[in-house]
Design a protein. Structure first.
Lengths: 116, 106
């Protein structure tokens, strides 16, 4: 079955960087664009950007441009999302996800806490 | 950038029908989807392509579309339907979410 398994929760200090992994299984990793979405505590879903696993191409929401990177290692079917210059308001659950024509798959989420 | 607008909260009595709307220019050209999210859980797709229901989603969930608005309809709401509902669309592979609607089943 399709699975997206993300790395574990992390606590970071303001100004630090974080890298979250998303390991895919049960489908062809290069078959679908992989998106990253975050959700701050008590808030809504916020799209961050996408990664084309075939080419490595990316596109980011304007809000995150300059701070976010999205990469992949096709040999291990794993995508990565990096965020730099962390601020307390980056505290959120970060999800990887992708759509097919008829459904949608999400990782379990990774809680990133930014606190001094 | 595209925006999707939903009411922040809606309430319904058990067994009654509730409609949650979502409006945005992108919906005139792109399909809308709806997610249900319960506390501590990952979003669950309940409607795709404006009105299609994924397998396993109860028949009481349906969707409609008109112009720049899509609507999620829950016919005969159940207590277990209490959740946050997010509309979503995609333009050029870029996702956009509505702000979410908290559904309370009274």
């Amino acid at each position: 079955q399709v699975q997206l398994v993300q790395s574990g929760a992390e606590v970071k200090k303001p100004g630090a960087s974080v890298k979250v992994s998303c390991k895919a299984s049960g489908y062809t990793f290069t078959g679908y664009y992989l998106h990253w979405v975050r959700q701050a505590p008590g808030q809504g879903l916020e799209w961050m950007g996408w990664l084309n696993p075939t080419t490595g191409g990316t596109n980011f929401a304007q809000k995150f441009q300059g701070r976010v990177t999205m990469t992949r290692d096709t040999s291990i079917s794993t995508a990565y999302m990096g965020l730099t210059r962390l601020r307390p308001d980056d505290t959120a659950i970060y999800y990887c996800a992708f759509n097919t024509g008829t459904t949608n798959y999400w990782g379990q989420g990774t809680l990133i806490t930014v606190s001094s | 950038s595209h925006e999707l607008t939903q009411p922040s909260s809606v309430s319904v009595f058990p067994g009654q029908t509730v409609r949650i709307t979502c409006s945005g220019d992108v919906l005139a050209e792109r399909y809308g989807r709806w997610f249900q999210q319960k506390p501590g859980q990952v979003p669950l797709l309940v409607i795709y392509q404006d009105s299609e229901r994924p397998s396993g989603i109860p028949e009481r969930f349906s969707g409609s579309s008109s112009g720049t608005t899509v609507t999620l309809i829950i016919s005969g709401a159940q207590v277990e339907d209490e959740a946050d509902y997010y509309c979503y669309s995609a333009a050029d592979n870029n996702w956009v979410f509505g702000g979410g609607t908290k559904l309370t089943v009274l």
